[in-house]
Design a protein around this ligand. Structure first.
Ligand code: DMJ
Length: 660
């Protein structure tokens, strides 16, 4: 006979066939237990679905919302449903909120029950906060007036859930708090009027130029990236992708603020609050340009005003750039699609390399962002880049312009203080200026300058100092980019901020290079400098090729005038700046704004019909500050990013606004 086995027999065999369950009136005890067990299991599974299935929690539809409400109620009651609460002597259980916040729970509460309920409730609250409300808004000093436009949470970013911490980074647990600055807005008084009446008149002129550039952008290209001042419509360069991101607003806003153009500043501020959102941008953006112009611009506005909208939007934009760092080495790619997070390099850049000036020009913005958000991820990313560059073997101590993000090896051995190299060196110095405890940055700067001084600085037959490009390690190209003209200011800053074996040489170079850049302006018919200029037996400080003869409203020469004026007080720098103002007014100003020109050697040059965003961010800002008192954006308290957005210096600027 076969044993009944482990499995129950549901009917008694009759002539070999089991009796049907339905044909009997009653169940045996064992059958009853089994049915109860099956029903209980079924109920438990249904019940569990409310707790664990994620789709019940989404709030996308009315049905889901009502299910979610039921779910929340059941969660609140969860422990009591499963484990009945012990009777509380004549006491109605306090509402969960009270239980949660009241430390005096009394002797009658079951500690386990309350602990479970508290934990459950805390978990629900936490999820609810993360899904629906975002992190708590930082509490600024209550004495500080509200930001210019009342509701900073109404913009697209403010309304959405906070971004997931990239790469598993932890968002700060505690709400951000920001120490009060001595006053709400910078500067406190008089906005830096110079005592010299001529400087005041010149400064007013520059302010009018800014107004002309801004008003026309507003009229013809509002919300577009840049303005075509002759066609009177919007323009976008490939660095901004194909979307309308308001690049001119983001780049020009702090200049408006510094100039006291408050109405215009508020218009721009409100546009950013309501419109700036990269979530759905599908075209590739330049990681470098987006950082220096967008993130940099908003960080400055945050420092100047304390308006947390700027900080939050800067973080939003930076978060969209972070996936570009997900390469085998951590060296970021040049381009990123903010919507997909897919990043890549330019095809033309030495076998898919990243570019030195781009990967090395994120440090100021990312470090500051970490300090004001309390999230270390941004600083970690740029410190990683720094450490790779620091540890690499360098040909004769020089940094080539290209580096492969997969292998961590150099690409072509081209070196330059102009395009592709320039602001990497600038940021080594400025990272130290921004935070003087970053001694490594200053050392790397001095170490990098030494071989540049030895190999790339040249003096022309007539005595003009210039910095040449170096190709394939050893071939000097006797050409200097307009872009390299920032280096006069950089060397002056290097000389004046630390007395070391290089200081004197740096100051000589600063003055020599700035003089050469001025010569490149002075030797043209328009008194504007070409994009690149050459040195040979036949020609000095002049462009030779037609594609070097344009002037596209660039700031670098004027930037050096400004820094050298501040550091030497030699009046020639103000005069040279004024020559540039007059030349820009004569050759670049049109009814609809300011345009670049194609040939600086022609009195009547064709125009390129583009008002570059950096004209508002940099060229006009440096000119304005050139004719302002030193107290306005003092170099002791501010360090300019490479797009002329001043960032506060840690430890000496009360507007640093570091998160506590
Ligand atoms: C600006 O965007 C920045 O100064 C950058 O570092 C290089 N060049 C342009 C303006 O010429």
């Amino acid at each position: 006979m076969s044993s009944p086995g482990v499995l129950p027999m549901y009917g008694r065999p009759t002539h070999g066939a089991p009796l049907s369950l339905l044909s009997r009136r009653s169940f045996r005890p064992r059958e009853k237990y089994l049915i109860v067990l099956v029903l209980a299991t079924f109920a438990l599974v249904c019940f569990g679905a409310f707790f664990f299935l994620p789709e019940f929690r989404s709030s996308g539809s009315a049905v889901n919302e009502s299910v979610y409400r039921v779910y929340r109620r059941m969660q609140k009651a969860g422990p009591e449903l499963l484990i009945p609460a012990p009777p509380l002597h004549n006491e109605v259980a306090p509402p969960p909120d009270l239980v949660r916040h009241n430390d005096h729970r009394g002797p009658h509460h079951d500690p386990h029950l309350l602990g479970d309920r508290d934990r459950l409730r805390a978990k629900i609250d936490e999820e609810h906060a993360v899904r629906n409300e975002g992190l708590e808004r930082p509490q600024l000093d209550p004495r500080r007036p509200s930001p210019p436009s009342a509701d900073v949470s109404s913009g697209p970013v403010g309304a959405e859930p906070p971004l997931a911490p990239p790469d598993g980074a932890q968002l700060p647990d505690a709400p951000l708090t920001v120490p009060p600055a001595p006053s709400d807005r910078y500067p406190d008084v008089n906005r830096g009027e110079d005592r010299d009446p001529q400087a005041r008149l010149r400064r007013d002129k520059v302010k009018q130029m800014m107004k002309h550039a801004w008003d026309n952008y507003k009229l013809y290209a509002w919300g577009k990236n840049e303005l075509k001042p002759i066609s009177k419509r919007g323009h976008t360069a490939s660095i901004f992708g194909s979307s309308n991101l308001g690049a001119t607003i983001l780049d020009g806003l702090d200049t408006l603020y510094i100039m006291g153009l408050d109405k215009e500043f508020k218009e721009g501020r409100d546009w950013i609050s309501e419109n700036l959102n990269l979530d759905n941008i599908v075209s590739d953006l330049s990681v470098f340009e987006t950082t220096i112009r967008f993130v940099g611009g908003m960080l400055t506005c945050y420092a100047l005003t304390g308006d947390t909208m700027f900080r939050d939007k800067a973080r939003h934009v930076a978060d969209k750039l972070l996936p570009a760092f997900q390469t085998p080495t951590g060296i970021p790619h040049s381009l990123i699609n903010p919507s997909t997070g897919i990043s890549k390099n330019y095809g033309w850049a030495s076998g898919g390399s990243s570019i030195l000036s781009e990967i090395g020009t994120l440090h100021l913005e990312f470090s500051y962002l970490s300090d004001i958000t309390g999230n270390p991820i941004y600083r970690q990313k740029v410190e990683k880049v720094r450490s790779i560059l620091r540890d690499m073997d360098k040909p004769r101590g020089l940094y080539p312009n290209y580096i492969n993000p997969k292998t961590g090896k150099w690409g072509q051995h081209h070196m330059s203080l102009g395009g592709l190299g320039d602001s990497f060196y600038e940021y080594l110095l400025k990272a130290w200026l921004q935070d003087q405890s970053d001694r490594e940055a200053r050392d790397m700067f001095d170490d990098a300058m030494k071989p540049i001084l030895e190999n790339m600085i040249r003096v022309s037959p007539s005595g003009l100092t210039y910095v040449a490009d170096l190709k394939y390690d050893r071939i000097l190209e006797d050409k200097m980019d307009h872009l390299s003209c920032f280096s006069g200011g950089m060397f002056a800053l290097g000389a004046k901020t630390l007395k070391n074996g290089f200081s004197e040489k740096y100051m000589d170079l600063a003055q020599g290079l700035t003089n050469t850049c001025h010569e490149s302006y002075d030797r043209s018919a328009t008194k504007l400098g070409p994009e690149a200029f050459r040195f040979s037996e036949a020609v000095e400080a002049k462009a030779l090729k037609s594609n070097e003869k344009y002037y596209i409203l660039r700031p670098e020469t004027i930037e050096s005038y400004f820094i050298l004026w501040r550091l030497t007080k030699d009046p020639k720098y103000r005069e040279w700046g004024w020559e540039a103002v007059q030349a820009i007014e004569k050759h670049c100003r049109v009814d609809g704004g300011y345009t670049g020109i194609r040939n600086v050697y022609l009195e009547e040059s064709p125009k390129d019909d583009v008002q570059q965003s950096y004209f508002l961010a940099e060229t006009l800002k440096y000119l304005y500050l050139l004719y302002s008192d030193d107290s306005l954006i003092s170099l002791n308290e501010w360090v300019f990013n490479t797009e002329a957005h001043p960032l506060p210096i840690k430890g000496s600027n009360p507007f640093y606004r570091e998160a506590l």
